[in-house]
Design a protein around this ligand. Structure first.
Ligand code: ADP
Ligand code: MG
Length: 237
């Protein structure tokens, strides 16, 4: 996306958590621009600040210092109601733990998301995109981890989000299943071109991205474009 406009601009963003009288500096002076339609993998060891950064991009939390622009808007000063609206209208989230409602079937889980937006992808179409249409009437407990994650991806993208944020989407999966989930995310990027940020501690996953950022101790220590992008189906770890 070399000519696309910036979607996010972060300037000197910091985050401090106060816990039991101790200050934990989770982010230290992050400068980062993310272009519309870009596919970024953010890598780093456990505790390096990846989830904290993703939560700021997703409006789940606010920075302690610095500025975050989303388009022309100053996301870092949004109040709770503005953040809720922002998440609802602009974002899809995928977490390591799937977070499906256990009492609802696959298609009912996806419909929860399609009901709250103006122009959703129909739930069946979203399930078809992730290869789960034939399992649409099954409950999460009747699905494997990888299948639940594909339903969670269908739910996230059915909103036609501008941004898809994924926190360790393959963290709980074996290699083969993880590769299948990453293939689904890669296909979605091809088909509907959302901006995608995946965070992972697994460096191999960086091979499928346009751009790979490395975090250490609350900072971005490397930021590289990936000239040799691979298909997720070719990955091994
Ligand atoms: P990563 O996702 O890379 O594993 P995190 O962003 O979760 O890292 O955490 C970065 C640092 O911030 C860690 O030291 C972690 O313990 C701390 N941290 C994260 N969330 C909280 C919180 N809610 N309260 C206190 N400390 C936190
Ligand atoms: Mg994390």
């Amino acid at each position: 996306m070399p000519n696309a406009p910036d979607l996010y601009q972060l300037q000197n963003v910091s985050k401090v958590f106060h816990l039991d009288g101790v200050d934990v500096q989770a982010l230290r002076g992050i400068d980062l621009s993310i272009r519309e339609g870009e596919f970024i993998v953010l890598l780093g060891a456990s505790g390096s600040g990846k989830s904290t950064l993703l939560n700021l991009l997703g409006g789940l939390d606010r920075p302690s210092g610095g500025m975050i622009h989303y388009g022309q808007k100053m996301l870092s000063t949004f109040d709770d109601a503005q953040l809720t609206r922002f998440r609802r209208e602009e974002l899809g989230f995928v977490f390591q733990s799937y977070n499906l409602a256990s009492s609802l079937t696959a298609i009912e889980n996806v419909r929860l998301a399609t009901e709250i937006v103006v122009d959703p992808i129909p739930a069946k179409e979203a399930l078809e995109m992730v290869g789960m249409l034939d399992r649409m009437n099954h409950f999460p407990s009747q699905l494997s981890g990888g299948e639940q994650q594909r339903v969670a991806i269908a739910r996230a993208i059915a909103k036609r989000p501008k941004v898809l944020l994924c926190d360790e989407p393959t963290g709980a999966l074996d290699v083969g299943t993880g590769v299948r989930v990453l293939s689904v995310i890669q296909e979605i990027h091809q088909r509907i071109r959302p901006t995608i940020v995946i965070i992972s501690h697994n460096a191999v996953i960086g091979e499928i991205a346009d751009r790979v950022c490395y975090m250490s101790d609350g900072k971005i220590i490397r930021d590289e474009s990936n000239t040799q992008r691979r298909l997720a189906s070719e990955l091994q770890w």
